[in-house]
Write a protein that binds this ligand. Structure first.
Ligand code: DNO
Length: 360
């Protein structure tokens, strides 16, 4: 397991590479250029500058996240080809500087969604991201976008790029009449164009699950269960068409058996990386994010790490995912330093224990 940490770049992340390097067992980062709009090329120079900076801090940069897919590709509009060309250029530019995995998603309009970015956890006064479908019921998509922007302490949030959301009403209208099957057809068109390039340059595409793991605002969503991912991996049959197995996103729906899903796709060699975090169920379609420790949430982290150990390559990329805000930290919601560092340490501890027991 290669333990990594999401990092937003020196101009956007209050957490430094040196701090990340000081977390025990940290091998590298999962990076991103958070100022890029969906559909824009990540230029050779930008990729080089970012990745050289990470290497200079003694960390690897083999995974890049949130290379966002333009809505025209998802909607299958005639303009999609130019955005696919841009995407291919970005893949080539990243590969040139050693990137091996690109994390993306195929969710219409919204990436992840929460109704509260800082819900206080009564037991200990920390706070974390929270979702309650009932609260969403009273909000329009525009309301939720406004609220998310207001609550983000001025930080950019992945998947909430202002350019994309400025067009929100128009885009939502355009999605009317696009069924899940149509979305899958557009997805296949995209994969058929990019996967041969990925194979050529040695990159795996890792699709991130819908978060939360069910449809919202009537939009088609096609990535939130084992059955959904079985269909996705079949759209273009290649090890380069892989998953970013996010335990917390899939785990927002208690019907998803996370260790079993990991074993299923791990055995198929289709897991390129994992985001590992815990969730606490609070009722029907209502949850909050918990500390990583199994006993603080509803996911069994031992069974999760064991499934990874048993079925994925032992150098698979993993990162602790959203942490709580603890010890008075104020930062990018979900992406503070302290709780994610604790999460990484705990996950490394589970791995060490499983490894030593397995070798006895
Ligand atoms: C949420 C993240 C996602 C993920 C994207 C990839 O916090 O895990 O934003 O990086 O869906 O495109």
């Amino acid at each position: 397991m290669k333990m990594t940490f999401r990092w937003y770049g020196k101009d956007s992340d209050p957490i430094t590479l040196q701090q990340i390097k000081q977390i025990p067992g940290m091998t590298g980062i999962m990076g991103l250029l958070d100022y890029k709009a969906a559909g824009e090329v990540w230029t050779d120079e930008e990729c080089k500058e970012y990745i050289d900076g990470v290497h200079a801090a003694g960390l690897e940069c083999e995974v890049i996240e949130s290379v966002n897919v333009h809505e025209d590709i998802k909607m299958g509009l005639p303009t999609r080809d130019k955005y696919i060309e841009n995407y291919i250029t970005t893949i080539r530019n990243l590969a040139k500087y050693g990137v091996k995995v690109i994390v993306y998603n195929f969710m219409p309009v919204f990436d992840w969604l929460r109704t509260d970015l800082a819900r206080v956890i009564e037991e200990d006064g920390s706070n974390s991201l929270y979702f309650d479908e009932k609260e969403l019921g009273n909000m329009t998509p525009l309301d939720i976008v406004k609220k998310t922007a207001e609550d983000s302490h001025g930080f950019t949030l992945p998947g909430w790029e202002p350019e994309r959301l400025a067009e929100l009403e128009k885009t939502l209208k355009q999605y009317e009449g696009i069924t899940p099957d149509m979305l899958r057809e557009n997805y296949k068109y995209f994969l058929d164009a990019i996967i041969p390039v990925c194979e050529e340059v040695g990159v795996k595409m890792a699709v991130h699950p819908d978060d939360p793991a069910w449809p919202i605002f009537g939009l088609p969503r096609i990535s939130h269960s084992q059955e959904d991912f079985d269909k996705i991996v079949a759209l273009h049959d290649s090890p380069a068409n892989a998953l970013c197995l996010c335990t917390g996103s899939l785990g927002s729906n208690p019907a998803n058996d996370i260790p079993a899903i990991i074993r299923h796709f791990g055995e198929m060699d289709r897991i390129a990386c994992l985001h590992i975090r815990n969730v606490k169920y609070l009722g029907e379609r209502c949850f909050r994010e918990a500390a990583h420790l199994s006993s603080t949430g509803d996911l069994d982290m031992f069974e999760i790490v064991k499934a990874v150990y048993d079925t994925c390559p032992h150098d698979v990329y993993v990162r602790p995912d959203h942490g709580r805000m603890i010890w008075g930290e104020v930062g990018r919601p979900g992406y503070g330093l302290y709780d994610r560092a604790l999460g990484a340490t705990y996950l490394n501890g589970l791995w060490e224990a499983i490894d030593k027991m397995s070798n006895k």
